[in-house]
Design a binder for this molecule. Structure first.
Ligand code: COA
Length: 458
């Protein structure tokens, strides 16, 4: 027995690469080549494999740590093996790279903009091939690339199987995507399978899943596949993991939830005066309108519990806690940190927490806990502009509040026009759960709360 410190090997130009997954814990037994820790650079995920069989003594990094070549990751008690030379100095197995975007386990992925679908969320329909020859798919999850989805398996109902000739990297890609290489048509020299062949296979498979199904499903055409370079110069920009993850989640939510958006306008003249006074007093953190909106929204949710709920199959799960997510615009993409127990916090505490979470979001330092557990979301574009927008619901929540820029304009008070600061609100709601009348009552109540925040106490 000997102790080996498994370190970050030479990983090329990558430095300060984040640890996105720790795959072992002290006491685990591992075999040589088993992945210990996964790193992710902008371009690739890198599995650091165990150089030897043995038992994990200590894990020296955690998810979120940034590491470079030479940093110890895991202390391993190596099992006896017939090796020549001092074991501890045996070079580590080479790291395994895979493209960013390959399907991974949920904890390996920056938490998506929205939570994963509930266990009871409807699965995509099983699609039959339009003609007998193409492969029939057996979907196990959602579309590849969706953060919370395991890779799907594809199988051929009929037809011959072939022996696939492919390089290790192509085999690895196929493994990660759950593709049986014997089903993929090769286009390389001497019948070799190329990476593009695997990608094309997956693309076709996905297209078929989105293909028309009689009597249900989405009757959509395949996505247009256009060679834009034919028309002018182009640049292909790789999107961040967060962007791809949120795109997939937003698409699911948009497609699966019947959205309706109710618009409202609150006179926040008095509220703004209060906010200005609070900030001038400098007795706490800077308060933005969002902290007040959050406080008012929690009070409205308490009054209208259906908006603080989730569908689970036929039932509605009503939550008796008020954890409010807010959309934060970051350089990596859109994330939704969650402020817990908003109903129990004062405006100063909320402002402080909002500022801290927004800062952590921009630095990409939010923890999974800070990104989960939300019961209702707020998307505020008020600092940026616009008169109204229709936010997409953050499933499995049933409503989301959009806040646009407050502007001063003349408002008729019954006798004359007076300058008032008006805040535009847009509430998107799941029409399966919430009726239009309930939405109008909710937004009216929210408006009343914002116009006189003392009502929050009632
Ligand atoms: N009307 C007028 N002004 C507003 C406002 C509103 N509704 N909301 C904020 N402002 C003002 C603020 O008071 C501040 O002005 P000041 O510095 O003069 O006081 C300025 O706009 C900037 O505010 P901001 O830094 O955005 O703070 P915030 O608490 O309002 O918002 C975030 C914090 C994290 C929500 C915000 O920075 C953000 O990321 N917004 C984008 C959310 C998004 O992308 N949503 C779309 C999802 S699809």
């Amino acid at each position: 027995m000997s102790t080996i410190d498994v370190k970050v090997p030479d990983i090329g130009d990558f430095k300060d690469v984040p640890v996105i997954q720790v795959q072992v814990k002290p006491g685990d037994t591992v075999k040589a080549e088993d992945p210990l820790v996964t790193l992710e650079s902008d371009k690739a995920t890198i599995d650091i494999p165990s150089p030897r069989s043995g038992t994990v003594l200590e894990v020296k990094v955690k998810v979120g740590d940034r590491v470079s070549e030479g940093r110890p990751l895991v202390a391993l008690e190596a099992a006896d093996e017939a090796v020549s030379g001092p074991r501890a100095s045996r070079p580590p197995a080479p790291p395994r790279f895979s493209p960013v975007g390959a399907a991974r386990t949920p904890e390996a992925v920056p938490v998506p903009v929205v939570a994963p679908p509930p266990a009871s969320a409807p699965r995509p329909p099983h699609l039959s091939p339009r003609v007998p020859s193409p492969p029939a798919l057996t979907p196990r999850g959602s579309v590849p690339g969706v953060a919370d989805a395991p890779p799907f398996a594809a199988r051929l109902d009929t037809g011959p199987t072939r022996t696939a000739h492919a390089s290790p990297s192509v085999r690895r890609l196929a493994r990660e995507l759950g593709v049986d290489l014997s089903l993929v048509t090769p286009s390389g020299p001497k019948g070799r399978l190329l990476k593009e062949d695997v990608e094309r296979f997956v693309r076709e498979a996905v297209t078929q899943r989105a293909a028309p199904v009689r009597g249900g499903g989405l009757e959509v055409l395949p996505w247009p596949d256009i060679d834009f370079a034919k028309y002018g110069p182009i640049e292909v920009v790789e999107r961040s993991r967060v962007q791809r993850s949120s795109a997939a989640n937003l698409a699911r939510n948009w497609v699966m939830i019947p959205h309706v958006t109710q618009f409202e306008e609150a006179d926040v003249t008095e509220l703004e005066a209060l906010r200005t006074r609070l900030n001038e007093a400098k007795q706490g953190p800077k308060v933005t309108l969002l902290a007040f909106v959050m406080k008012a929204a929690a009070a409205a949710l308490r009054r209208f519990p259906t908006f603080n709920a989730s569908l689970r199959g036929e039932d509605l799960v009503v939550k008796r806690f008020f954890h409010l997510g807010f959309a934060a615009d970051t350089p990596h993409g859109l994330v939704v940190p969650v402020v817990r127990d908003v109903d129990q916090k004062g405006v100063h505490a909320l402002a402080q927490e909002l500022a801290e979470l927004a800062q952590k979001a921009r630095e990409g330092k939010l923890t999974p806990v800070e990104l989960s557990g939300g019961t209702f979301s707020i998307s505020s574009l008020g600092g940026l502009g616009g008169t109204a927008f229709t936010p997409i619901i953050n499933a499995p929540e049933v409503a989301i509040l959009g806040v646009s820029k407050a502007v001063t304009r003349p408002v008729w008070d019954g006798r004359q026009f007076a300058p008032r600061l008006m805040l535009p609100l847009s509430l998107s709601y799941d029409h399966r759960v919430i009726d239009g009348a309930a939405a109008a009552r909710f937004t009216s109540h929210l408006r009343e709360l914002l116009e006189d925040l003392r009502r929050v106490l009632l």
